[in-house]
Design a protein around this ligand. Sequence first.
Ligand code: 1CP
Length: 341
Amino acid sequence: MTKTILSALAGQTLPVPPIWMMRQAGRYLPEYRATREKAGDFLTLCYTPELAAEVTLQPIRRYGFDAAILFADILLLPQALGADLWFVTGEGPRLSTITTAAGLAALKPADAIDETLAPVYETVRILARALPRETTLIGFAGAPWTVATYMVAGRGTPDQGPAHALKAADRATFQGLIDLLTEATVGYLSAQVAAGAEVVKLFDSWAGSLRGQDFDDFAMAPAKRIIAELKARHPGLPVIAFPREAGARYTGFARATGADCVALDNSVSAEWAAANVQKDGCVQGNLDPALLVAGGERLVSETRRVVRAFSGGPHIFNLGHGITPDADPDNVQRMIDAVRE
Ligand code: 1CP
């Protein structure tokens, strides 16, 4: 039996698209909140393999999604490179900042990450054994630009201003940080694959703030290098790329980077993306996550619209961004029923 997610990633058009959801293990689920409380804090949850595997499995048990995504965070990699990382309750992540050549030089080399990240690989090994045989296991990492925006600013920022400022003021240091992250990301994802991940996804959540040549240099070039290196080490490995809010730059992204699937946010229309992005291969995403809060008839009609728009080619049903903590778990089931009806 071939797993439906892998068939779609290989370019097959299926009668019913396989489904998973960004942030499917998360605070909208009472069982997640219970395990998170047991762990005490978010990073302990990420680094305790039994608990990280448990929250990964929760949405699979509840909804039978076609893929499970490893429970971890894109900011574990900077921590493994030597940055300090902590989470402020109700606010989000905080990191020590990298703003100078000396700060960059003080980070660990790319091949030193496994010491910190070994528990993540153990989570992958547990999941590879525990998942139902029809469920695909997805590993992931942040793309270098997005991870760099957090490392330079020390936190999430609305406009990625500090990273843009460093890129303008000291291009060599900024490029050095991107190069280090590119190399470390290859090692990190490769180790996830060795542990049992069947697909990997690169989250470039802040790709939309890169303009013109910067998009080529910092969103496309690192993705292309990472994908080429991963496919050289793991022939046939499918890769999903998510250059969020790339807009017109979604066109040609798969061809330029070698990605097997492009994940779409909800700022582009499904009809536009079907004509311009899906013509090159599998697409995923696009449903507005706010619909899972609101529910109602629009949730059903918009779900059907996304399914219909992408029905002529390879498609994995997903959201345009992560499900939010205030989403109603019953609305997730309504969405799944509307896809599979
Ligand atoms: O309180 C909590 O429980 C923490 C909330 C949370 C969760 C559930 C964070 C903190 N990270 C995660 C898990 C997570 N993060 C996953 C796990 C698997 C799943 O999808 O179920 C994944 C894939 C991520 C990826 C991630 N982390 C991204 C890329 C995707 C995206 O949403 O754009 C980013 C930008 C992060 C950073 C991060 N981690 C957590 C928060 C709140 C943030 C965003 C911070 C900010 O920009 O302000």
